[in-house]
Design a protein around this ligand. Structure first.
Ligand code: UGA
Length: 450
């Protein structure tokens, strides 16, 4: 099929690249001309494992191109995926102006019937507004539009994998034609008939995805309800961790056993310095706002948000307790990205943590395998190490702020010998207390006995 993708951020690039990889012809546009230039030159504006391979392959095969001209992009596809940002407004609700802008572009530039698919995360009932906007802006052209919602469940760091081997594909539609078109788009994923661009061409041995057809309102609600549930689950683990600390229990032992109940599940149940990124915090806020607007008191979500906001303070208390005076001390920080395998620092707990450390007069030297370029303009006051070892050198404390796998495997004796004081505060429970003590460190983590 011919497909247009509007928005070349995380979601748009993964969607466009993967759809082209499945055999469709894709044209992608974005309002950011610089970003398009970067993409045209063969580079990627983001770090996302496997995406470079997928995009390079699709471009080489001539199935993916980037165009600055929005009108041409709209006219190209029979289906148009809206992948623009929906950032939070000061009151926490989602800013839908980019969606409105796309609706106007599509309605005024389309010359043939289009299936317009919202992939951006939006509050329930946005699809209805989108339909209305397309009708209003396109009233002179007489072009027919169908609207569908197809929420994404892509996790940064494994987004390509998630797109190609999802556990479910949700399509919110109003008629069978839209459903058929979407099924055609996703057929290779549903039947797994594509050649996997990652895993050396072989798909992992996971079940085929479920195909879920819903109303548009339900599809939109599914997305917000999923992300908010994940946020609640993490905040719950964090509260149990605080309690475990007080009671002399070990959160890792507790969540392991609790999570073995399949009704609860083990994943997304890790205590630490909290959730960040551009999805969970903003979607939680937008969901709270949507509930309020709809007259539903969903205060449970507000509490999950408040718990998350307090995580950095909790960690700072530990740092103060261990260091006694923070002012003037050199502190190494491992990790800047909001989670591993990404260079994304938006709403990253590590960044908030460093701001707190700076407020208290600490001297910070940080290291992250991928996120330093993005962090430099945001944190001009700190030093950046070329390696984890450089970040630790001369430090009186080393903090773990992002759970990068490679931090687990450091030469800890080398780290210990280069530090002024062998002290580790692990905000992600990445390391084993026993092993760190064995290496001669004073070691503190979250919800585990000191
Ligand atoms: C999230 C959802 O997981 C995806 O399903 C969704 O598609 C995506 O948002 C989106 O809406 O686009 P993502 O933002 O990539 O994906 O990040 P997550 O993997 O959800 O992690 C969010 C944060 O929670 C990270 O800071 C991570 O370190 C933290 N986390 C995660 C915990 O603190 N504990 C856990 O147990 C798991």
């Amino acid at each position: 099929m011919k497909i247009s993708v509007i928005g070349a951020g995380y979601v748009g690039l993964v969607t466009g690249g993967c759809l082209a990889g499945l055999g469709h012809e894709v044209v992608c546009t974005d309002s950011d001309a610089e970003k398009l230039k970067t993409l045209e030159s063969g580079r990627l504006p983001i770090y996302e494992p496997g995406l470079d391979v997928v995009i390079a392959h699709a471009r080489k095969e001539g199935r993916l191109s980037f165009r600055a001209n929005g009108a041409e992009t709209v006219q190209f596809g029979d289906a148009i995926f809206i992948c623009v940002g929906t950032p939070p407004l000061p009151n926490g609700s989602a800013d839908l102006s980019a969606i409105d802008h796309v609706a106007r572009l599509v309605a005024t530039e389309a010359r043939t019937p289009k299936l317009v698919i919202e992939k951006s995360t939006v509050p329930a009932q946005t699809g209805q507004e989108l339909k209305r906007a397309l009708a209003v802006y396109g009233r002179k052209s007489g072009v027919a539009f169908r609207v569908a919602s197809n929420p994404e469940f892509l996790r940064e760091g494994t987004a390509v994998e998630d797109f190609l081997h999802p556990d479910r594909i949700v399509v919110g539609v109003e008629d069978e034609v839209a459903e058929k078109q979407l099924k055609e788009i996703y057929r290779p994923v549903l039947e797994r008939t594509f050649t996997c661009p990652v895993h050396s061409g072989k798909c992992p041995d996971v079940p085929l995805p479920a195909w879920l057809v819903t109303t548009i309102n339900s599809a939109e609600l599914i997305k917000h309800a999923s992300n908010s549930f994940l946020a609640v689950k993490i905040s719950y683990a964090n509260m149990v961790a605080d309690l475990a600390e007080k009671l002399g229990a070990d959160i890792e032992e507790v969540v392991r056993a609790v999570g073995m109940d399949p009704r609860i599940g083990r994943s997304f149940f890790h205590a630490g310095i909290g959730f960040g990124g551009f999805c969970l915090p903003k979607d939680l806020q937008a969901f709270v706002h949507l509930a309020e607007k709809s007259g539903v008191d969903f205060s449970m979500l507000k509490e999950a948000e408040n718990i998350n906001k307090r995580r950095i303070n909790r960690f700072m208390e530990k740092i103060r307790r261990a260091l006694w005076v923070v002012k003037g001390k050199q502190i190494g920080v491992l990790g800047l990205a909001f989670k591993p395998n990404t260079d994304d620092i938006r709403f990253a707990p590590a960044i908030d943590l460093i701001h707190e450390l700076l407020k208290e007069g600490a001297i910070v030297r940080a290291y992250d395998p991928e996120a330093m370029e993005k962090a430099q303009p945001v944190l001009p006051q700190i030093q950046f190490g070329k390696s984890a070892y450089e970040a630790a050198e001369g430090a009186e404390a080393l903090l773990i702020a992002t759970e990068w796998e490679q931090f687990r495997k450091l030469d800890w004796e080398r780290v210990r010998d280069s530090m002024v004081r062998p002290l580790i505060l692990d905000g992600r429970n990445l390391l084993s207390a026993k092993q760190m003590k064995g290496h001669g460190f004073e070691y503190y983590s979250m919800g585990r006995p000191d």
